[in-house]
Design a protein around this ligand. Sequence first.
Ligand SMILES: NC(=O)c1ccc[n+]([C@@H]2O[C@H](COP(=O)([O-])OP(=O)(O)OC[C@H]3O[C@@H](n4cnc5c(N)ncnc54)[C@H](OP(=O)(O)O)[C@@H]3O)[C@@H](O)[C@H]2O)c1
Length: 392
Amino acid sequence: MIGVAVLGSTGSIGLSTLDVLARHADRYRVVALTANTGVDKLYQQCLAFRPRLAAMADTDSAEQLAQRLRDSAPEIEVLAGEPGLKAAAAHADAAYVMAAIVGAAGLAPTLAAVRQGKRILLANKEALVVAGSLFMQEVQAHGAEVLPIDSEHNAVFQCMPGNFREGLEAVGVERVLLTASGGPFRTRRLEELAGVTPEQACAHPNWDMGRKISVDSATMMNKGLEVIEARWLFDASPARIQVVVHPQSVIHSMVQYTDGSVLAQLGNPDMRTPIAHALAWPGRHSSGVAALDLFEIARLDFEAPDLQRFPCLRLAFEAVSAGGVAPAVLNAANEVAVERFLDNRIPFTAIPGVIEQVLAQVTEGDATTLDGLMAADRQARLVAEQQIDSGI
Ligand SMILES: NC(=O)c1ccc[n+]([C@@H]2O[C@H](COP(=O)([O-])OP(=O)(O)OC[C@H]3O[C@@H](n4cnc5c(N)ncnc54)[C@H](OP(=O)(O)O)[C@@H]3O)[C@@H](O)[C@H]2O)c1
C-alpha cells in the first residue's frame, strides 16, 4: 500500500484525487487530508477515508473539526495552521503528496514534502511561480520527484523524452507548445468585458475548476502562470515556450522536436487523467475518465493568443523574462485582484491594470531565499490593496 497525503483535499483537484484513489483502494491508503475552512467537507472525507491526520489552515475550523471527530473518529489527529499543513505534507507514512492547495499558501507545505524526498504530484502551480528556482534546487537536494498535475505540463511530461533533464537542446527539443482554451471570453466583444460577472468568468467552456483558477483562465493569467511553471519544470527558457489557443481542449499540450516532429497528448478534459498518470507513473492505471471519441470531436482548431484581449499573458511573459522577484510579485498582485473581482469590488478589466501597477512599484527583493520571496509577496499584496482602495 502506498500512503498518500492530499493537501487541499476539499477543492476541485482534491476531490478528483480522492475519486481516483478510491478506485484503487487496494493500492493506496489516504494518510493525511487538509483544507482551509471547509469543515463539513473535510469531516465527511475523514469519515470516508479515515486518514491518520487532518489539518486545517484556519484555527477555528480545526477546532470545530476536532470536536466533530471526537466521537465518530477519535483516532484521527487534528492539527491547525501552517504547522498542521506542513505536518500533513511531511507525514512519515505518506510516500506521495498531492499538492493541491490554491495560491501561494501552498508553497510552504509543498516545500515541507519536497524536503522529505517524497513524490510530489504538483497541482499548486503558484509554488513554482513564486519560488521556481529555489523549489527546483530543493527538489534536487532532497531527491524528491515532481510529477506535474496541471494538464498541460502533465501532457508535456508525457511527450518529453525520458532524459529531458540533460537539457532540452541536448535531447532535440525545439519548443514546448502549451495549449490554451482561451476561456469563456475568447470571442466576447471587448467592450462587453468590463461588465462581466464573477459567475460568467467562472463558467469555463471545457473545464470544471475552482473559482480562482477559473478567473485566471478567463484573463489567461492561468496560461501565463503555466508558462512560468513550464520554465522551471522543464528548464525551458521563455523563448522556447509558445502558447497555442486550442478552443476544444482536446490536445493538452505538445513538444516540438528539431527533426520537425510534434508529439501531442490528447484526452477528454478531466483532471483525473493527469492525476492517475502521476499516481501510477511509470505505469498506468484507470482514472474513471471515458475514452476519447475522435469522431465525435471531428475537428481541432488552433489560433495565436490575442495579447490585446489578454494582457495578463503578456505580463507573465515579461515577469518570467525579468526574473528575480517579478514572478512572485505578479502572482501576489493577481491573487489580490482576482479575490477583489470575485467579491465584486473591481471590474474584470481592472485585473491586469492592478498587476501592471504593482509590478512597476515592487521591483526590489531577494529572490534567492524563501524569506526574501515571501517579503516581496507581502509587499505586492499591500501595494495591490492600496491600488484598489485608491480606486485605480
Ligand atoms: N481545478 C483544476 O482543474 C486545476 C487544474 C490545474 C491546476 N490546478 C491548480 O491546483 C490548485 C488547486 O486548484 P483547485 O481548482 O482545486 O482549487 P479550489 O477548488 O479552490 O480548492 C483549493 C483547496 O485549497 C484549500 N485552501 C484554500 N486556501 C487555503 C489556504 N490559505 N491554506 C490552506 N489551504 C487552502 C481549500 O480549502 P477549503 O475548501 O477549506 O477552502 C481547498 O481544499 C491551484 O493551484 C490550481 O491552479 C487546478
